[in-house]
Design a protein around this ligand. Structure first.
Ligand code: AR6
Length: 185
């Protein structure tokens, strides 16, 4: 499903972040060292090939809430934006650090004139952030930033399972009620 916030389309889909053909930049739920690791990071580095880690190495380490940008290598996307999410209950304030990930990723994307970006649910795997709380922070942050965005016209959330998709859809509907025109499908 999708909603328009001003000129920006916000979509929630179920899928694999490494298979987002037609999207300029995908976002990595990275670790501080920008190493391959597991989950989203492992999948992205596997799909991108070893050149991605070569490019990442001099950019590490990064802090919770920070984001850095690299090329997409063998991915179908021109760029990867690597965000370090907070470990829930450890890196505090978690909600503020998680919001910073989304804000910093969108800022980097705007600097490059990117028009479309796909996010996974940062911090909701190994880092233990409850899905509903994370969805609230993520969607609220991108909805707040949408009116200021000049190049970005599509923000896609790529959710791994049905439950995560349902939570993001419900949250997106609730947070956009009464905002702009509806375009549910
Ligand atoms: N596409 C989309 N979403 C996915 C995919 C995929 N291919 N694979 C998993 N998810 P995680 P984090 C979902 O653990 O919590 C890594 O080892 C997953 O179900 O990848 O930020 C790094 O090296 C979950 O909802 O990221 C770090 O050390 C969400 O993506 C650490 O984990 C995020 O799960 C980062 O932990």
């Amino acid at each position: 499903m999708e909603r328009m916030v001003g000129k920006v389309r916000i979509e929630c889909v179920r899928g694999d972040i490494t298979r987002q053909e037609g999207i300029d930049a995908i976002v990595n739920a990275a670790n501080a060292e920008l190493r391959p690791g597991g989950g989203v990071a492992g999948a992205i580095h596997r799909a991108a090939g070893p050149g991605l880690y070569e490019e990442c190495r001099p950019l590490a380490p990064i802090k919770p809430g920070q984001a850095v940008i690299t090329g997409g290598h063998r991915l179908p996307n021109r760029y990867v934006i690597h965000c370090l999410g907070p470990r829930y209950g450890i890196d505090e304030p978690s909600a503020e650090l998680l919001a910073s990930c989304y804000r910093n990723a969108l800022r980097l994307a705007e600097e490059r004139g990117i028009t479309s970006i796909a996010f996974p649910a940062i911090s909701t795997g190994v880092f233990g952030y409850p899905m509903r709380e994370a969805a609230e922070v993520a969607l609220r942050t991108v909805i707040e930033m949408a009116p200021q965005l000049e190049s970005i016209r599509l923000i896609r959330f790529v959710l791994w399972d049905e439950e995560a998709l349902r939570i993001h859809e419900e949250t997106l509907v609730r947070l956009t009620e009464g905002k702009g025109e509806d375009s549910s499908r």
